[in-house]
Design a protein around this ligand. Sequence first.
Ligand code: SAH
Length: 346
Amino acid sequence: MKNLIDKLYETSVLTKEEYVTLISSHTDKDSEYLFSLAREVRQKYYGKDVYIRGLIEFTNYCKNDCLYCGIRRSNKNAERYRLTKEQIMDCCQQGYELGFRTFVLQGGEDPYFTDDIIVDLIKSIKSEYSDCALTLSIGEHEHKSYKAYFDAGADRYLLRHETADNEHYGKLHPHNLSPVNRKKCLYDLKEIGYQVGCGFMVGSPYQTAENLADDMLFIKELQPHMVGIGPFISHHDTPFRDKPNGTLEQTLFMIGLLRLTLPYALLPSTTALGTIHPLGREKGILAGANVVMPNLSPRSVRKKYLLYDNKICTGDEAAECRFCLNKRMESIGYNIAVTRGDVKQI
Ligand code: SAH
């Protein structure tokens, strides 16, 4: 395995078969070797800086019915909420005071938020916080909507591709959702000029090592600025309630592979990773990640944005999360940077 990891380190790409071999048959020793190279590459581009993004989960209404997701349309037990513009602006203000220079507006695909409403929100946030980056994570939209958001000032867009394999995509989503359209959205976003993030769940139901290898090849082709990955975690009110969770080990290994495949990339150590292990986010950083995305949503709604069971930090205030993360990052020799945290090179 060491020769394959060395090859990836030197050339930043492997064949599908080589990725499959690494993903399906590495040992703990291989992982440690991969992580040491991933840290070295990360260090070269980003030093010991960890970028923070303030996540504002502004609506949990969703018109989609993704089989894995706790806020899917047909989950009648989800208590729905929408934040008002005033609440969203308050989140930004609190976040700014805590040192956040990127805000992420994330939500379900909620038709209440028309393009006009989203554009107005973007303009208000960007005029109040012109030194901050604004990221949207609100799902699939028409090219003209993405363009309107961008022209209003949105800088970045997160849209996980979820899985690059069409057949696998069909097992995770209802049939009205198309893997082809999902990918088209990512290319549209890139062409418009956004910094783009794709990504996938590790250990999602029916996923194979071949699927993960295809994810790596898709990412190599798309050349996104960011890649968000985290373990699949089952939610008790979804059809996948009895499916096993993705593992810490496999998720960390994929982070390491991503760092060597896209050396410059912004790679978050996600909340889902922190949910399956108490030190998950620290381990993610030590496997090559360089971003964390703590929650800025008001405490009153945090438990309602439940994509999966046992999500961490749902009882904390934004300030508590910020200080907790500071301590966690310092404990492993890294430090949170007060900056927009743009990608270094593409
Ligand atoms: N509606 C937006 C935001 C989705 S939520 C969109 O379509 O992009 C953000 C991400 O959470 C999803 O892309 C998915 O990869 C992840 N997610 C959803 N349910 C999950 C679960 N049960 N376990 C782990 N991650 C999950």
